[in-house]
Design a protein around this ligand. Structure first.
Ligand code: FBP
Length: 553
């Protein structure tokens, strides 16, 4: 297989560990902190996790290693969407495991959580793992979205662990996967299996964070990759001076990715879904907001610009989510067959007009036809509209165009508006991890093994003080139950890790808010360029603006 020269160079990169983990395995000891409580619903969570609730927060420090010297057989799983650095979590885990005892074994369950249930695995050795050091992707073992959540699955998992003598499972995933990791940990403890479960916080979306987890891995590299592309597009826009670029960025419901990219690149417009929701903005209001920027820039002779749109924004527009709910109802069960049997869009449109309320029909009617059709074509296995597939970058540019035409007719706008569209998502999820993600992920994996070695169960591997150089990072662990509350899911009360959305009183949003009016009218673009792996630390090792702002005193 041909390998790029960057990949060869990255094989030789030595990820930086937190200072307290640098002295070698024999010199890492535990400092136990306070007992913990869940963030909310304490009594309910305690009742659901009698064996794993309330455990102590811990940190590692330099000192004699007093952990038990039993042989460890660990299984690792990658869960959900790819995030840069996943390979390094496994490399860090492997290196700590082998440095502790050469007889220790690391199993990789293939293609996500289903690999554990199907007993589909490989066993890591030096030659195999060395091909993946500091590389992007999850192809080292593959990933998947099967959820480990039923008692039947847990019983099979326990059998598989028993068969291989597995002493611990490491689950690398987002909020859902780590919620399930906590439930599995409780099951293993309640059934005296002796198997521990440790989670690692992964997702490019940045929505797995709280007072303990400063950021999920992959967010740094993905946002840097998108910011490079947005910056390049800004420079193109500023050179050609003839296009408005509408750029949708991934990130699911939360707008952390969009906000970070805006802080990095200073586009003219960046929508924040959480703000749209708080202000209950309608599609028309959002379109007017963007059209104002287009019109003001046109007055100054600038018929170009850049607008960043978060992936989940339409879900947060109240009238749009009401429309989606009505469409889901309209096509529920066998009604979908009646709809699909209609042969022309005209007939289908009449069916829709008949079935929607007047309010929802008004919203539907203003959508461009391509989006209208998308709402009826792209359905998930339950028959629901797949909101994430809606091309909101095209939706908003079409709505803005309509607004501008109205303004032209009224004589209040006389510019030119040519829109281009982009969607940035998959481009960033498997990029070579930045130095930050290489170091952070390796540390998370190394630290996960220390938690196993010291006998912890139901903990999340935790590395903090991340806006400082790695030598000052703090390694430790936090019971996953501490991050949980009870939420209504599919009609039932469930214990879940609280998803972190953008806080409108948080420092990153406040900073953006303080500058966006100027960015909307003037050209304040910033061009971050490509991720740099070799060179001065201030160019190569700096993490996100979001984290830097969150950690300013
Ligand atoms: P995770 O929550 O699993 O980390 O997924 C992140 C993500 O990239 C989202 O931003 C995006 O909406 C989704 O995955 C896309 O999923 P898929 O890979 O299944 O197309």
């Amino acid at each position: 297989m041909k390998i790029s020269s960057l990949q060869t160079a990255r094989y030789k990169y030595s990820p930086k560990l937190p200072g307290m983990l640098r002295n070698g395995i024999a010199d890492i000891c535990v400092k136990e902190g306070e007992e913990t409580q869940s963030v909310a619903d304490q009594e309910k969570i305690k009742a659901l996790f009698p064996n794993t609730y309330g455990k102590k927060e811990i940190t590692f420090q330099a000192g004699e290693n007093t952990s038990e010297t039993k042989k460890q057989v660990v299984g690792v799983i990658l869960s959900g969407g790819q995030a840069p650095g996943g390979h390094n979590v496994i490399c860090g885990l492997y290196d700590a495991l082998k440095a502790t005892n050469k007889e220790n074994v690391l199993y990789g369950f293939k293609n996500g959580p289903s690999g554990l249930i199907e007993d589909d695995y490989l066993i890591f050795d030096d030659e195999y793992i060395d091909q993946y050091r500091n590389t992007g992707g999850f192809d080292i073992i593959g990933s998947g979205r099967t959820k480990l959540e039923t008692t039947d699955q847990f019983a099979i998992a326990a059998e598989v662990c028993k068969k291989h003598g597995i002493t611990a499972i490491v689950i690398i995933g987002g909020d859902d996967s780590n919620t399930n990791a906590a439930v599995l940990a409780e099951y293993f403890a309640a059934n005296h299996t002796g198997v521990q479960v440790i989670g690692c916080p992964k997702t490019i979306d940045g929505d797995l964070k709280n007072e303990d987890i400063e950021c999920s891995f992959g967010f740094d590299t993905a946002t840097k990759t998108y910011s490079e592309i947005i910056g390049n597009i800004e420079r193109d826009a500023n050179s050609a001076k003839k296009y408005w670029h509408f750029i949708k960025v991934m990130g699911r419901s939360a707008s952390h990715v969009a906000l970070e990219c805006a802080l990095e690149t200073q586009p003219n417009i960046c929508l924040i879904s959480e703000e749209v929701s708080a202000k209950k903005m309608s599609l028309s209001e959002i379109a007017d907001y963007i059209a104002d920027s287009v019109a003001k820039r046109a007055e100054n002779g600038m018929n170009f610009g850049v607008a960043v749109i978060p992936e989940g924004v339409v879900e947060f527009v109240p009238e749009f989510s009401a429309l989606i709910q009505e469409i889901n109802e309209l096509l529920a069960g066998s009604k979908a067959d009646a709809f699909n049997a209609l042969s022309t869009w005209k007939e289908k449109y009449a069916f829709i007009e008949n079935g929607l309320t007047k309010e929802s029909m008004e919203v539907f009617a203003i959508l461009p036809e391509a989006i209208q059709q998308q709402l009826f074509l792209e359905r998930d296995p339950h028959g629901n509209v797949q909101v994430s597939l809606i091309e909101s970058e095209k939706l908003f540019s079409a709505l803005v165009k309509d607004k501008l035409e109205e303004r032209k007719a009224a004589g209040t706008y006389n510019g030119k508006f040519n829109a281009l569209h982009h969607f940035l998502g998959y481009e960033g999820r498997c990029a070579f991890p930045s130095n930050f993600d290489s170091d952070y992920c390796y540390s998370l994996g190394y630290n996960a093994f220390m938690l196993i070695q010291y006998g912890y169960n139901g903990y999340l591997s935790k590395i903090s003080n991340l806006s400082q150089p790695a030598s000052e990072w703090v390694a430790g662990g936090m019971p996953i139950t501490k991050m949980m509350n009870i939420e209504r899911r599919h009609g039932e009360d469930k214990p879940v890790i609280k998803k972190a959305l953008v806080e409108l009183d948080g420092k990153p949003f406040k900073f953006f808010q303080a500058h966006r009016e100027e960015w909307a009218v003037d050209t304040c673009f910033v061009y971050p360029g490509a991720i740099q792996y070799y060179g001065p630390a201030e160019v190569c090792d700096i993490t996100t603006v979001t984290l830097a702002l969150e950690q300013t005193k």
